[in-house]
Write a protein that binds this ligand. Structure first.
Ligand code: NDP
Ligand code: GDR
Length: 375
């Protein structure tokens, strides 16, 4: 019998990689997608299967984590062996603007799913993965952060995820459910949402190199993060549900870089050397190009990056660095892709798109590019 998995957030970065991974493992994969006024399945279109053919093994269901009757109905229909709860309002800065909605989806949504599993009597059959986060550590109490490091969340997003973390632990202890938290540090890819910092940088600089944009507006460039590749991290999500006992794991690379360094790497991939004047938290901070021989639209002395305080957060998480020792020892997991390799892959993909758009522009055709500078 092939295993059946249900993924919330299947249309997101991790959901799409996880769906691919489980399909390769022979799973029947069900995903929950939100109803939207525009198509929102771009990340999973390549694995889409026509519902009119028989023996479909990738099935999408309309649903929402704010709707418990809908979650119960989908769970009853799918009867999953494994549930991966990846759905969330996942943007930290946006959570300050929509705190109540973030709590509803990220905290209550997790409770709704767990309750639906219990209500249907699936608590002994269905294993549950909760997408927990390094943001739980927020104002860090210990470096590097590991499973036993105390939490101090710094945003409505992190506080909502704190509830989700503990309700998963509680259902494990109270009802004997196989529920695990993966405390994942930042992970990125060419499929990363355009308003997260790495993608904002690779896409923004690629557009600048091709003359589609002139300046990238950034927040705190001094922030330090432990960045891994999403492909490596979804493998880990699956591994966590294949153990004898449910446990919580930190997933990280154990190496930390600044946002500024990520900007330098991305620019270098595009043939641009940069000169930083002012700090990442200095409102006067500007970054100019020193040379740009491979970037057709960049001249020496151009201001390519400016600090814009609108991207500062009301409470910032300055530094995160994970200690993945437990995952290495118990699950035999090691990340395979470095942050620099990932940056190269992201720049390469964004440059392909930027080149296509520049060509359209050159021929007077409409460029389907959103110039919104992100969050
Ligand atoms: P994304 O933002 O790329 O994807 C989030 C997914 O959740 C999307 O499919 C989105 O749908 C869906 N979603 C949003 N709101 C709802 C809702 N109300 N009901 C149902 N689905 C909803 O996030 P990632 O893939 O990067 O992250 C996956 C999970 O892991 C998230 O829970 C995130 O908080 C967590 N996490 C991520 C880390 C990272 O560095 N990427 C690190 C640690 C934790 P739509 O496509 O329609 O917007
Ligand atoms: P984060 O990721 O908040 O860590 O949450 P993000 O990429 O948004 O920010 C990382 C750091 O970069 C700083 N920064 C900027 N961030 C954005 N988005 N835009 C900017 O212009 C900018 N300038 C500087 C931020 O202040 C921050 O310090 C991500 C999400 O995927 C969460 O869902 C997940 O839980 C955590 O990672 C782990």
């Amino acid at each position: 019998m092939r295993k059946v998995a249900l993924i919330t957030g299947v249309t997101g970065q991790d959901g799409s990689y996880l769906a691919e991974f489980l399909l390769e493992k022979g799973y029947e994969v069900h995903g929950i997608k939100r109803r939207a006024s525009l198509f929102n399945t771009q990340r999973v279109d390549h694995i889409y299967q026509d519902p009119h053919v028989e023996h479909q093994n990738f099935v999408l269901h309309y649903g929402d984590l704010t709707d418990s009757s809908n979650l119960t109905r989908i769970l009853q229909e799918v009867q999953p062996d494994e549930v991966y709860n990846l759905g969330a309002q996942s943007h930290v800065a946006v959570s300050f603007e929509s705190p109540e909605y973030t709590a509803d989806v990220d905290a209550m949504g997790t409770l709704r799913l767990l309750e639906a599993i219990r209500f249907l009597g699936l608590e002994k059959k269905t294993k549950f993965y909760q997408a927990s986060t390094s943001e739980l550590y927020g104002l860090v109490q210990e470096t590097p952060q590991k499973e036993t490091t105390p939490f101090h969340p710094r945003s409505p997003y992190a506080v909502a995820k704190l509830y989700a973390y503990w309700i998963a632990v509680n259902y494990r202890e109270a009802y004997g459910m196989y529920a695990c938290n993966g405390i994942l540090f930042n992970h990125e890819s060419p499929r990363r949402g355009e308003t997260f910092v790495t993608r904002k940088i690779t896409r923004g600089l690629a557009n600048i190199a091709q003359g589609l944009e002139s300046c990238l507006y950034m927040g705190n460039m001094d922030a330090l993060r432990d960045w891994g590749h999403a492909k490596d991290y979804v493998r880990m999500q699956w591994l966590m549900l294949q153990q004898d006992q449910p446990e919580d794991f930190v997933i990280a690379t154990g190496v930390q870089y600044s946002v500024r360094e990520f900007i330098v790497w991305s620019a270098r991939e595009l043939g641009i050397e940069l000169d930083f004047q002012g700090s990442g938290v200095d409102e006067q901070g500007v970054v100019t190009s020193v040379s740009g021989d491979r970037a057709p639209s960049v001249k020496v002395g151009d201001v390519l990056v400016r600090v814009d305080p609108r991207y500062f957060r009301p409470a910032e998480v300055e530094t995160l660095l994970g200690d993945p020792t437990k995952a290495k020892e118990k699950l035999g997991w090691v990340p395979e892709i470095t942050a620099q390799e990932m940056c190269r892959e992201m720049v390469t993909e964004d440059l392909k798109t930027a080149r296509r758009h520049a060509l359209l522009k050159k021929h007077g055709l409409e460029v389907p590019v959103t110039l919104e500078n992100g969050s």
